[in-house]
Design a protein. Sequence first.
Length: 292
Amino acid sequence: MNYKVCIIGHITRDHVRIGDRSWTAPGGTAYYLSIALHSLGVEPIVITKLKKEDRYLLSDLEERGIEVIAEYTKHTTTFENVYIDGKRLQRVISISSPFTAKDIDGIDADLFYLGSLTRNDLEEDLLSRLRNRFTAIDAQGMLRKVDGGRIDLERMENPDKLSCVDIIKLNERESIALAGKTDLIGAIRAIKLFGLEEIVITLGENGSVIHANGKTYRIPPFKTKVVDPTGCGDTYMAGYIYKRLRTKDYNEIGIFSSAVASIKLSKRGPFTGSERDVESFINSSGKGRKAW
């Protein structure tokens, strides 16, 4: 069956603490990305793995009519996220089973999105199967070394295997770790040598950078109150995919993506607005477009 977007990633159990507020909620790239895409009018299918008793973590998706293929495994990927002065301290409690090529048997999609959370999430055969398909990846998990629950960024041994994807998403620290460089422009140049031509780097309060078609675009941030930053990068990519499936105007794509992420940042939980809400937010902010 053909789908617009197939998202492959673990729906997680997240323990979140910001200041004196704390809560437990579903999370993970697949969670935030799928709900935001659905809200924008793009119907995804989600392939995930979790413990049977944690099936309730999928209720937000299923109540919205998002199709989910869930395999029951021994563990649910579980994170503890503590935010201090805008920075996230993250710890892994448990990790679910990896995804393989078999998981996408019979699935066709305009875009496959790999939401890796730890370096063991994606098997080599899955990456090989997707080599000739339009594929995007959040590469954060490929760089995460988990030791006793602590997460450290560590450069990949074989970054060339990422050449099978068309779009790569990283934050600034991840891009520098992947490239082995100390500056953003140097990192972009190094990542291009791995065979990657479309590079998205989120910079938090400093906006984002998109490199595509040989040009680098600096996308300015929107100012908004910070309520819940968990999943903002995934929400940014929902806006990116939504626009990217319609245009290759990367200034327009970046501004829209930044706005979607900013709206989500100001509210707890996933983005549930519409395209009209995003355009209204952009217009009310008077945000112009500029590029490097």
